[in-house]
Design a protein around this ligand. Structure first.
Ligand SMILES: CC(C)(COP(=O)(O)OP(=O)(O)OC[C@H]1O[C@@H](n2cnc3c(N)ncnc32)[C@H](O)[C@@H]1OP(=O)(O)O)[C@@H](O)C(=O)NCCC(=O)NCCS
Length: 186
């Protein structure tokens, strides 16, 4: 098949997804890794933050696409992005992504990034983030996604913690909105 026809079909004919069937965290968990090269770093050999951010967005989107079985997911928010330590040319950067929470159409993916020095085998945690994706339908409207199922107590805690973060986030968003409206009215 012509590659352009394949792309066209992929984004025109979305699969029917049974949203009554939950999916586990293990179902979509994913790791991507890549060795850092000259082009990824500044003149001191430190990897640019933007390179790590791009790897995170690409890796976390894989989790959201797999869980939702939706060809189109968009990044709605990067909730946090903490850089904890530098990565250097020659390090292997691994982006470990786990689904933390699923709403109606949105999904929060938790991300941990490590850098490994293959020579001395040292592994450092270099960044962490929470990225929120929204699954879209053929008309680019938010589309329901399957629920997320906890398989043990530890996973139940991860999901509950993310649910509380979502509530807190919505409260802060509402406060900012009111503040903006007050400022606009003055
Ligand atoms: C994200 C987007 C689809 C939301 O559209 P919308 O019309 O506001 O949708 P809704 O208000 O119905 O919200 C849909 C879901 O997204 C969530 N959402 C929307 N904006 C959000 C934000 N900024 N942060 C977190 N969650 C958000 C809502 O909470 C809701 O979640 P739920 O279905 O799990 O309850 C829309 O704002 C958009 O297309 N943004 C641009 C995305 C983009 O281009 N990203 C960069 C490249 S991928």
């Amino acid at each position: 098949m012509n590659p352009f026809d394949r792309i066209f079909n992929r984004y025109r004919n979305f699969p029917d997804v049974d949203v009554s069937q939950g999916r586990s965290i293990a179902y979509s968990r994913s790791t991507t890794r890549r060795m850092m090269e000259l082009i990824d770093a500044n003149g001191h050999g430190n990897v640019h933050g933007g390179v790590i951010m791009r790897m995170v967005d690409e890796a976390a989107a894989i989790v959201a696409i797999k869980h939702s079985q939706s060809p189109t997911v968009v990044t709605a928010r990067v909730e946090r992005f903490d850089f904890l330590a530098p990565a250097f040319i020659g390090d292997v950067v691994s982006v470990n992504c786990t689904m933390h929470y699923v709403g109606r159409s949105s999904m929060e993916v938790g991300v941990e990034v490590t850098a490994e020095d293959l020579i001395n085998r040292e592994i450092r945690k270099i960044a962490s983030s929470y990225v929120i994706y929204v699954a879209l339908d053929e008309n680019r409207k938010p589309r329901p996604v399957p629920p997320l199922l906890a398989e043990n107590e530890e996973e139940a805690k991860i999901i509950e913690y993310a649910r509380q973060r979502r509530l807190r986030r919505q409260k802060i968003d509402e406060e900012f909105k009111q503040l903006q409206e007050t400022n606009d009215a003055q």
